[in-house]
Design a protein around this ligand. Structure first.
Ligand code: DQQ
Length: 535
């Protein structure tokens, strides 16, 4: 539908048409990155869930393949739901996924490639003895889903975990298996957090404390911490925590119980859900994929004929500078899309002003920006009213907000501020928030618009720095090297194509800021059907 064509993105993965949700079973195999995804082949709203399939050699350019699995058996008749892949040491591949049965009961099923010598893994076989797991006593038959990638323990047995709830306590339970057909439920839970509700799409993986490489899912030992992530069904947000995994007694303990799973850190403070990581043995890194849902109406989605995107794949690492959080950063391959670059140094943005950045077309950008603040002598810098992101970018305080305005039109009738807001409490504590204010992003009616944001650690001697990827109707923003991340789904009506502009702004009352930027225009990615008839 041409009416909505400007909302199509240029370098984010999205299906040609219809509905997509969670990323499933990502892996690197024989030269190809494989992405499967929850997909409705018939409509732009959720339903009739199959596994869509696409491959890429660089995680940026994608080729769509035929559907990998469709709901054609009693054990998945109501949907081939979310699952994960595991590459075994002998080269076999197993997929475990949740089937919603003909009676809408959630069970776990096994599938494997029909032909391991096919790098495209076009054909999948569902194990004839499915389901391999049904809900154990005490677990609701509709609260039992989304198995992880398996990892191997010192006893030589594979382990998987999956999410559930007991009353309002979110839990992850663990099974062992030797052959992916027979399973044993381990006693207790890997972890549980009261009040967090159903845990969907649990992810569990090791990170290296001192290192720039990702770890294979079974890695453990000194120098290794484990990340536990749950997608909270009640909040539709992905929360993680960093802690220690004790394989011998099947428990994981958060480093800081105050920021436990579901109550502390989010992968992304914006529109983001049902994420999953995989270990990329090709480049020795762990990659995180997440689903960006629409924030317009189902009627709009049906009219435009498509719905949802995946984020740019992000590399995840433990942040050894803070020791408290992960770092997420777009895969380096996106830099191959960089075209012309423009640099600005030490642009002064005085308190209460907006400064245009003359860069030409501003719909596909990779922006690096650094801010330094200069306290104005007339201000006494303390106790500055509302904390957090405030009520948005117009909510002025002594130390912010300051940042950039993306997908803005010339007259600023539409704009999305991405900004820092520093809160200085009377007892001298300084807290920095990183935010995205969507409230003026679109004149379209019935679009959900909010102010997103979260705290970001800024260490002594650091400037306030951000990377912002702009792609027509998606803005992905990374603060302080990826400590805090925000995905925005916005629908400009004026700030589109050649009318989109970029500005700096400073709405602080007590500081001037100096901005230094490097901005690249980004090329479009090639995302098309695989020319299977030509091979
Ligand atoms: N989406 C899948 C479920 C999962 C949910 C169904 C999360 O397996 O729990 O499409 O978005």
């Amino acid at each position: 539908n041409a009416m909505f064509s400007w909302q199509r993105t240029a370098f984010h993965f999205q299906p040609e048409r219809n509905w997509m949700n969670d990323p499933n079973g990502p892996m690197f195999y024989k030269g190809w990155y494989h992405l499967f995804y929850q997909y409705n082949p018939d409509s732009a709203v959720w339903g009739n869930i199959t596994w869509g399939h696409a491959v890429s050699i660089d995680l940026i350019h994608w080729l769509y393949l035929p559907l990998a699995m469709v709901p054609d058996r009693w054990f998945d008749a109501n949907g081939v739901w979310t699952g994960s892949s595991t590459i075994l040491p002998d080269g076999q591949i197993v997929i475990l996924y949740t089937g919603s049965t003909n009676e809408s009961v959630q069970v776990q099923n096994l599938a494997y490639p029909a032909n391991l010598s096919d790098p495209l893994l076009l054909h999948w076989v569902k194990y004839s003895g499915n389901p391999v797991l049904t809900a154990p006593p005490g677990i609701g038959s509709t609260d039992f889903r989304d198995p992880t990638t398996a990892w191997i323990g010192p006893d030589g047995l594979w382990r998987i975990t999956l999410g559930s709830k007991v009353n309002k306590t979110g839990i992850s339970i663990v099974y062992t298996t030797a052959n992916f057909i027979d399973y044993e439920l381990l006693e207790g839970v890997l972890h549980a957090v009261p009040g967090t509700g159903m845990w969907e799409c649990v992810d569990f993986y090791p990170v290296s404390i001192n290192g720039s490489k990702g770890l294979e899912t079974s890695a453990n030992g000194p120098g290794v911490k484990h990340v536990l992530k749950a997608s909270l069904d009640d909040k539709k947000m992905d929360y993680y925590a960093i802690g220690t995994y004790f394989v011998e007694n099947n428990t994981w303990i958060p480093d800081d119980p105050k920021i436990d799973v579901g109550i502390g850190l989010k992968y992304d403070y914006g529109r983001y859900y049902a994420s999953k990581t995989f270990y990329d043995q090709n480049k020795e890194r762990r990659i995180l994929l997440g689903w960006i849902n629409e924030t317009d109406t189902e009627t709009d989605d049906l009219e435009k004929g498509w719905s949802s995107l995946q984020t740019i794949p992000r590399v995840v690492l433990f942040d050894n500078a803070t020791g408290t959080n992960l770092l997420q950063w777009p895969v380096e391959e996106i830099e191959d899309l960089r075209l012309n670059t423009t640099e600005f140094s030490d642009v002064l943005v005085e308190a209460g002003t907006v400064v245009p950045l003359d860069i030409g077309t501003a719909t596909q950008l990779d922006i690096l920006v650094d801010f330094e603040i200069q306290v104005l002598e007339t201000e006494c810098v303390n106790g500055n009213g509302s904390v957090g992101c405030g009520d948005g970018a117009t909510d002025r305080s002594t130390l912010g907000p300051f940042g950039i305005l993306v997908l803005a039109d010339e007259t600023l009738s539409e704009l999305t501020p991405v900004y820092f807001r520093v809160s200085n409490s009377t007892d001298g504590d300084v807290t920095t928030y990183f935010c995205a204010d969507e409230t003026r992003s679109s004149k379209a009616p019935e679009v959900y618009k909010t102010v997103y944001g979260g705290q970001v650690p800024v260490l002594d001697g650091e400037t306030y720095s951000a990377r912002v990827l702009v792609d027509h109707s998606i803005v992905e923003s990374f603060a302080q090297g990826g400590r805090t991340v925000i995905a925005s789904r916005i629908y400009p009506t004026e700030a589109i194509y050649g009318a989109a502009r970029l500005f700096l702004f400073n709405n602080a009352t007590g500081v001037n800021v100096k901005a230094t930027l490097k901005i690249w225009e980004l090329n479009s990615a090639f995302i098309h059907p695989f020319p299977l008839d030509q091979i």
